[in-house]
Ligand binder design. Sequence first.
Ligand code: FAD
Length: 343
Amino acid sequence: KAFCNETDVVIIGAGPVGLFQVFELGLQGIKATVIDSLPHIGGQCRELYPQKPIFDIPALPQINALELIDNLAQQASPFNPEYLLDNRVIDIKRLEQQQQFLLTTDKGRHIRAKAVIIAAGGGSFEPVKLKIPGVEPLIDKQVFYRVNDLKQHQDKDLVILGGGDSAFDWALELQKVANSVTLIHRSTRYRAAKNSLQLVENLCSKLKMQLLTGQVSELITENSELKQLRVTGKDGVTRRIALDQLLVFFGLSPKLSLLKNWGLDLHQNQIKVSTDSFETSQPGIYAVGDINWYPGKQKLILSGFHEAALAAFAIKSSLSDGKRVPLLYTTTSPIAHQRLGVK
Ligand code: FAD
């Protein structure tokens, strides 16, 4: 039987707003599980601009995106959220009798919750796929979009595609365990950090790695096994490269397609919410952060923080049969102090 967890509230998305939502729910004494399709927390801040300074977070004149994420996780930590990472939510079902929701992830995990908060930002980040005939049956056998276990690539002849940080970082890491590593990018304009490029070039000059320019034009298989790549260079010359495994790091792009199946009223690609509770058209399902829409919506982190606070109040009220929820000042409220673990 598939493993099934139970929690008060599931938050879909561990971006800045999902993380602050944990804190706001915690203040109300509500326990949260946060699910993200990425293997780490941080959403767009970590994925798209980790080292960029942000200037419009209240009371923080300047803070690096990654530092903001670390701070938010630290602020949420007294409430011991459970993070279920590397799991994409693919289904939300309402269980009518129990007044609960059953969420299912692409890894076959099931979680029951009394309410659901969608903090899915621009969508679930998915690897940009290699578009070439014959690739589908090889995925997770000989073609990989992420590294789960270095051992899987030990003593293999690897080809890595991509010119960004992931491609370079993994090439450097895998070079330590693989039999050979060939890194291929379509041009010599690399997006990876200068330092990584230098390390790769050093290894190439010692013949411990190869760096090529070109594009994969064909996968050559024998008995359904990938044996060679045909790579066309900028010079128009096509070369064959023998390999055991192909790792593709073309970056990540957000996918919103799932939303359409969840029966929620949408405004273009955003979920319509009411601005007093941030509840969607489906009772018990809320939406905060970049994913939601209401008149005047601005996709800013600070808007998401406000939305998270009001959603927490609304959920607390709904879980206590509609009772009014008193405001707790964190400066003076003994209940807030107890929940925060303040001595
Ligand atoms: P996100 O950060 O998008 O996080 C959503 C998370 O949900 C993702 O990790 C995703 O993987 C996950 N997810 C989605 N669907 C699923 C699913 N089905 N299952 C599991 N997980 C799922 N804002 C500012 O306020 N100030 C700035 O200076 C600023 N600068 C920016 C600069 C750049 C370059 C960019 C791109 C954005 C900037 N923003 C800025 C916008 C800001 O990053 C967003 O408003 C913010 O990240 C929204 O947070 P979020 O938590 O709603 O969503």
